[in-house]
Design a protein around this ligand. Structure first.
Ligand SMILES: Cc1cc2nc3c(=O)[nH]c(=O)nc-3n(C[C@H](O)[C@H](O)[C@H](O)COP(=O)(O)OP(=O)(O)OC[C@H]3O[C@@H](n4cnc5c(N)ncnc54)[C@H](O)[C@@H]3O)c2cc1C
Length: 246
């Protein structure tokens, strides 16, 4: 369960003098050095670190809102997916062949063996290619196939076919391929959580995807504000290319 995954318990924060506020940040006022919350409180800061991560990207695919289409981010998502997978008869399509798609395919195959089909769909030529390159990706594909995962690479999803009750009953891929499934898990990257920065003039530079642009030390375009984790786009030390972990 989620509690067992906590790195630190409540006592740790109390002993360390860290004030944990369970609330959502509504806006940041860099001129007054204030962070405001949805429940109208605010705190003052001298320096600020933004580490708001991202939420799963929902690609604009027809049928993406169908029942039985899942995204994986939280412990609750994981519980919902487990429950739904237990009722699958025909198969599951994993849309996106990055870490989430690839790991889900392996986990489902290990648990359910040949009870239903497991399809892994990706736009690149190999699974995990964007993160690990073609060569390692080809090894991952071969492992998947050895274990019975049906891998569909160089394929985009055209639409998710909905049944009479709005449930996903199939997935149409490019190249006229249709997968007969009764559950879809989408793992197509994440969108940075930076909406709260758009509510005021912060002077914090965002990239086209809404990620916070930083220098090599994770300092943003505002000298008192830093960004870290999945929300940050930083220059990769080796190439200098701007990089964001998705
Ligand atoms: C299924 C899954 C498996 C993964 N496996 C691995 C793995 O094996 N190895 C690995 O290295 N990485 C893995 N990752 C990625 C890893 O989880 C992320 O890289 C990491 O969690 C990023 O940390 P973060 O603190 O930047 O963002 P997050 O962990 O997303 O935390 C952001 C926090 O900010 C909060 N927040 C957002 N907006 C606001 C707001 N306006 N006000 C207040 N709070 C806000 C969110 O609620 C959240 O609590 C996995 C991710 C997933 C989804």
């Amino acid at each position: 369960n989620a509690e067992s995954l906590q790195l630190r318990d409540k006592d740790f924060y109390e002993k360390a003098g860290i004030d944990v506020i369970h609330d959502s940040v509504y806006s940041i006022h860099t001129d007054k050095k204030k962070v405001t919350f949805s429940r109208k409180k605010h705190i003052d800061y001298d320096k600020l670190v933004i580490a708001t991560g991202g939420v799963p990207r929902k690609p604009p695919i027809k049928g993406i809102e169908a029942k039985n289409v899942y995204f994986l981010k939280s412990a609750k998502d994981q519980g919902d997916i487990k429950k739904a997978a237990a009722n699958v008869k025909k198969g599951i399509a994993l849309v996106g062949s990055g870490f989430i798609g690839s790991e889900c395919a392996a986990a489902l195959k290990m648990k359910y063996k040949d009870q239903f089909d497991v399809h892994l769909v990706g736009m690149e030529s190999e699974p995990l290619e964007l993160a690990l390159g073609k060569e390692v990706g080809a090894m991952v594909r071969s492992e998947h196939e050895k274990h019975g995962v049906q891998v569909h690479m160089n394929k985009g999803v055209k639409s998710i076919i909905e049944g009479p009750d709005g449930e996903a009953v199939g997935v149409k891929l490019s190249g006229n391929v249709t997968l007969d499934v009764d559950m879809v898990i989408v793992g197509t990257g994440s969108v940075p959580c930076t909406k709260f920065l758009e509510r005021t003039e912060t002077g914090i530079k965002l990239d086209k995807q809404g990620a916070i642009v930083t220098d090599p030390f994770l300092q943003t375009s505002h000298p008192d504000i830093y960004a870290a984790g999945d929300v940050a786009s930083f220059p990769y030390w080796y190439t200098g290319q701007m990089t964001r972990v998705e």
